[in-house]
Design a protein around this ligand. Structure first.
Ligand SMILES: [Zn+2]
Ligand SMILES: [Zn+2]
Length: 178
């Protein structure tokens, strides 16, 4: 599959918000930093919109959890239902026609809901329901979008993959001694 700006903002922003909300360090300022990284405009949050966005971010985790294609589609459908009220084609900035799920005039939480739900849905179409995951290392709950060539990523980072390999090696070694 082809990874380009327009089909990746939704899932990458979703993963970052899930990890911020899950990590216990949520503040309006941190959330804003995440949104700015993904070029969400007018991203200032009041304390009540920050709370709403955190609630939404906790919900987004459902799209990354393991459980198979059907469960993932159901999770994303629920997000679409709650977050994307309309869909329309646009070709702003000389881009090829693509779908937007919120009006530019909407408030920031509505726009982020729409971008994440709509983006995850488009991504799921292109990825055959795969390439969204949660780190396989025990104790690490980090959500990720798998943009690797083969789409078989199991860990959020090389570090988690290495730690897990060392751990399994140790467990294997202690079992064979017993
Ligand atoms: Zn666009
Ligand atoms: Zn990890």
């Amino acid at each position: 599959m082809q990874f380009n700006h327009d089909n990746m903002t939704g899932p990458l922003l979703a993963a970052d918000l899930v990890n911020l909300a899950g990590g216990g360090a949520w503040t309006a300022q941190e959330a804003r930093t995440v949104m700015d990284r993904h070029h969400i405009r007018r991203s200032a949050l009041t304390s009540s919109s920050s709370k709403q966005l955190k609630q939404w971010s906790l919900r987004l985790r459902s799209a990354f959890e393991p459980g198979g294609v059907e469960a993932r589609c159901a999770a994303i459908n629920a997000l679409l239902d709650a977050g994307a009220s309309r869909a329309y084609l646009t070709s702003h900035d000389q881009l090829r026609p693509h779908l937007h799920f919120a009006s530019d005039d909407d408030a920031v939480v509505a726009r982020v809901k729409a971008v994440t739900a709509g983006g995850l849905a488009i991504f799921a179409v292109e990825s055959d329901g795969g390439r969204l995951g949660v780190c396989a290392r025990a104790g690490c709950d980090t959500a990720f979008v798998d943009t690797s060539r083969n789409g078989l990523r199991a860990y959020c980072s090389a570090r988690c993959g290495n730690n897990d390999a060392v751990q399994r090696h140790r467990e294997g070694a202690s079992k064979s001694k017993a």
